[in-house]
Design a protein around this ligand. Structure first.
Ligand code: BGC
Length: 772
């Protein structure tokens, strides 16, 4: 097979030989380390009978901080620092570009993202790390793990359903645990500032509240399995082009009101044990040695108690990084040097990094391990044979079904007519499977990919991988019509066949992956022309899209219906079939604006240049839009997008009314009713936007609720608006300030479809840095 991990890492792997001895040293040293202190028994009242006398930290009645302090007292400096240094855990021989000076950690799990050796004498478990946010991924390997894949992160955000996100997190966290992993590199959540970003599919869209809530719940689900989740890539890793060098400029205020607010909300809900700092620079400093991001915002202002791990190859120094707040260097040998190995010991011994800080680094890692339950619920090797894949596939399928967005529908076209005699399916291998996004998050399909690699690179982030869940088979099982398939390579043949069919389903796809941005927003490989030709031949053309994020649709006015299915995961074909046939009423809404063209976006020309070398220093100005990301930018500029944020149709209709709102606590409570005015049961995503003066944009999403309503019925709904969403952040005083005044409260079904607006007076308030 071809590589899941890559050539693209080659240029980043400039491992030097100077400190290489230290790498070997870490393994050689661990067993030889002896305790320097004696055990101090905890106070008698807290001692539990089942706690070994020499391991008082195993007392589960103690909180994680106390337990971390107890074990820390027993540790030598070398042991503490051993926890701060992690290894890439994939055998050298699978690398397309061999990693210089790299030694595969023997106890690491094969072809996984990382490994941090534990300390057996104290019972500190190894940290076995796996990617990522849609399931248990495998790095390059001839025998990849085959696991359940959730739909892409943006698809889960499109559900607007925190319960679905949490169930998905719980499922993949369980597969991680049963695969022998206790750290999952999930929680991807960079706001969608760049529609071409190759990793938009891994993230939660453009709004801080929606992304924060959905990702927070996913991480909570993962950690319910005693598997630490990361939250990543902290922060402003908004594009893949020059991701290792790009310096994103953004003011403190704009940052706190946008991407950082998303991380803050997700952190409050999910309480991840770890935060992964990003590759890029922010305001001049690498994210992994950025005092403002790590020490000030994350650890001080938000009170984050866990540890910061670097992205693989994102550590650039020893003293600067450790003092700026990085607690663990990950994935050696992706960096130029093993900065947190021998060099960190020397830095501590010589006072460049204080003993206190060394303790803090180890304490944070141990705190997270205690807090999430790694000591009390140790992983027990590979038990993957016990995974219930059928059950997990259904969890993924529910996520996919709730996340699919019916963008356009001509009444009577969808759901597919039961009387149709012939259905033609065209394109995107819809006869055999559904697409997934590429890169380190790639979960290998159960049963293997049914499509030989076509256009994608052989190396990272490829190969282009499909899950063997056939939309065509799903449709065949639900219709009397004759269903035929054409691959769409011959546009004329597809148009001729379309003329003769009752209904045509054209599948369009845009494969995106880590490390590369999309060149533009068009479906690649002539698919626009294919859709155009088919739609010209048959008005009853339905387009089903599998894309990483927003795309443009030059053929939109000519087709009858469009469904955005994203990358729908393990059971994606079934999910698509159920939505198209009406077995499931679509209820996804866009978590990101679909622009009419790149000219409407803050950076019509992508910043950077893939040809720049590793030591270049490109800049990207995020102050152009500041906190006005996505629909906020469109509102501010008065642009009309192709499809607005929050948009999503249903096979039924809803009426939203009776909006009332009043201050409650420090925020606002809004109540309203949602009536199903159509003939079938369905779910509506009711959105409450708020509007104040002096904000970055005319309005912000303040709250949302997905509501299931039976036909003819009404549901009463109440939501609360977080006070931070009514405030502006003041960097000088580190406070959130709500100005006294009249605020508009809008009940809506998208950022552009407002059902009702009322005005509420709010008194002035000053909230602390946490918004409390
Ligand atoms: C990615 C991370 C991932 C890590 C480990 C990096 O290239 O940016 O998201 O967790 O690799 O595979």
């Amino acid at each position: 097979m071809t590589s899941l991990r890559p050539a693209a890492f080659g240029p980043r792997l400039l491992a030097t030989t100077a400190l290489f001895g230290a790498l070997i040293g870490a393994f050689a040293l661990a067993p030889a380390v002896q305790a320097q202190t004696t055990n101090a028994p905890p106070p008698a009242a807290t001692v539990r009978t089942d706690v070994p006398a020499d391991r008082p930290w195993m007392d589960t009645s103690l909180d994680a901080s106390t337990r971390a302090d107890l074990i820390l007292k027993e540790m030598t400096l070398a042991e503490k620092l051993q926890l701060t240094f992690g290894y890439f855990s994939t055998d050298q021989k699978w690398q397309v570009t061999p990693i210089k000076n790299y030694v595969f950690p023997k106890e690491g799990l094969p072809d996984s993202a990382g490994f941090v050796p534990g300390i057996p004498r104290l019972g500190i478990p190894n940290q076995w790390q796996t990617d990522a946010g849609v399931g248990v991924a495998t790095q390059r390997s001839p025998n990849p793990r085959q696991r359940t894949a959730l739909p892409s992160g943006i698809a889960t955000a499109a559900t607007w359903n925190p319960e679905v996100a949490e169930a998905g997190g719980a499922m993949i966290g369980n597969e991680a645990f049963l695969s022998g992993f206790n750290v999952q590199l999930a929680g991807g959540m960079n706001l969608l500032r760049e529609a071409r970003n190759g990793r938009n599919f891994e993230y939660g869209g453009e709004d801080p509240l929606l992304a924060g809530v959905i990702t927070g719940h996913e991480m909570k689900g993962i950690q319910s399995n005693h598997v630490i989740s990361t939250m990543k890539h902290y922060a402003f890793n908004g594009q893949e082009t020059n991701r290792n060098q790009m310096d994103h400029q953004i003011s403190d205020q704009a940052a706190r009101e946008s991407d950082l607010l998303a991380f803050e909300i997700a952190n409050e809900i999910g309480q991840p044990g770890s935060v992964m700092c990003a590759y890029n620079r922010v305001n001049g400093f690498y994210a992994c040695e950025n005092d403002w991001l790590l020490n000030q915002v994350l650890k001080t202002d938000w009170g984050f108690k866990g540890y910061v791990m670097s992205d693989w190859g994102a550590t650039h120094s020893t003293t600067q990084a450790a003092n700026a707040g990085l607690d663990q260097q990950s994935g050696w040998a992706f960096d130029r040097s093993p900065y947190f190995d021998g060099a960190l010991r020397e830095a501590v011994n010589n006072g460049y990094v204080s003993q206190d800080r060394a303790n803090d680094m180890a304490r944070r890692i141990l705190w997270a391990m205690f807090d999430v339950g790694l000591f009390d619920h140790p992983v027990n090797g590979d038990q993957a044979t016990t995974i219930d894949y059928a059950k997990n596939g259904k969890i993924s399928q529910t996520d996919a079904e709730e996340g699919m967005v019916l963008l356009k529908n001509t009444p009577g076209l969808l759901p597919l007519s039961k009387t149709a005699k012939s259905i033609l399916i065209v394109g995107a291998h819809a006869d055999v499977g559904v697409l997934s996004g590429g890169g380190s998050s790639q979960v290998y399909p159960i049963g293997g990919s049914p499509v030989p690699d076509e256009f994608a690179p052989n190396g990272f982030p490829g190969p282009k991988t499909w899950y063997p869940s056939s939309p065509m088979k799903g449709i065949q099982a639900r219709t009397q019509a004759t269903v035929t398939f054409l691959d769409g390579k011959n546009v004329k043949a597809a148009a001729a066949a379309a003329k003769k069919a009752d209904i045509v389903l054209v599948f369009g796809e845009q494969w995106t992956g880590e490390g590369i941005d999309a060149p533009d927003l068009h479906l690649p490989n002539n698919q626009d022309a294919l859709i155009e030709a088919v739609a010209k031949a048959n008005k009853k053309t339905v387009v089903v899209l599998q894309t990483g994020g927003p795309v443009v649709m030059p053929w939109l006015s000519k087709v009858g219906a469009v469904v955005e299915a994203w990358y729908p995961g393990t059971n994606g074909g079934e999910a698509i079939a159920r939505v198209l046939t009406g077995e499931v009423n679509p209820s996804g809404h866009l978590p990101a604006t679909f622009p009419a063209s790149l000219d409407q976006t803050p950076r019509p020309v992508l910043e950077g240049d893939p040809k720049l070398d590793a030591d270049s220093h490109p800049m990207s100005n995020y102050n152009i839009e500041g906190a006005a990301v996505g629909y906020k930018w469109f509102d501010k500029k008065g642009y009309k997008p192709l499809f607005p944020f929050g948009h999503g149709l249903s096979y039924t209709t809803f009426a939203l009314s009776d909006l009332t709102a009043a201050p409650e606590g420090k925020g606002l409570k809004a109540s309203f009713s949602v009536k199903n005015t159509g003939a079938v049961a369905g779910k509506e995503v009711a959105q409450v936007y708020v509007s104040g003066s002096g904000w970055e944009a005319p309005k912000r999403l303040g709250a949302f609720k997905k509501v299931e309503v039976a036909p003819g019925q009404s549901e009463s709904v109440s939501v609360t608006v977080d006070p931070r969403l009514l405030a502006t952040y003041d960097s000088a005083s580190k406070t959130w300030n709500i100005a006294a005044g009249d605020y508009k409260v809008m009940l809506a079904t998208s950022a552009a479809d407002i059902a009702q607006t009322i005005t509420v007076h709010i008194d002035a308030q000053t909230l602390n840095v946490k918004g409390q």
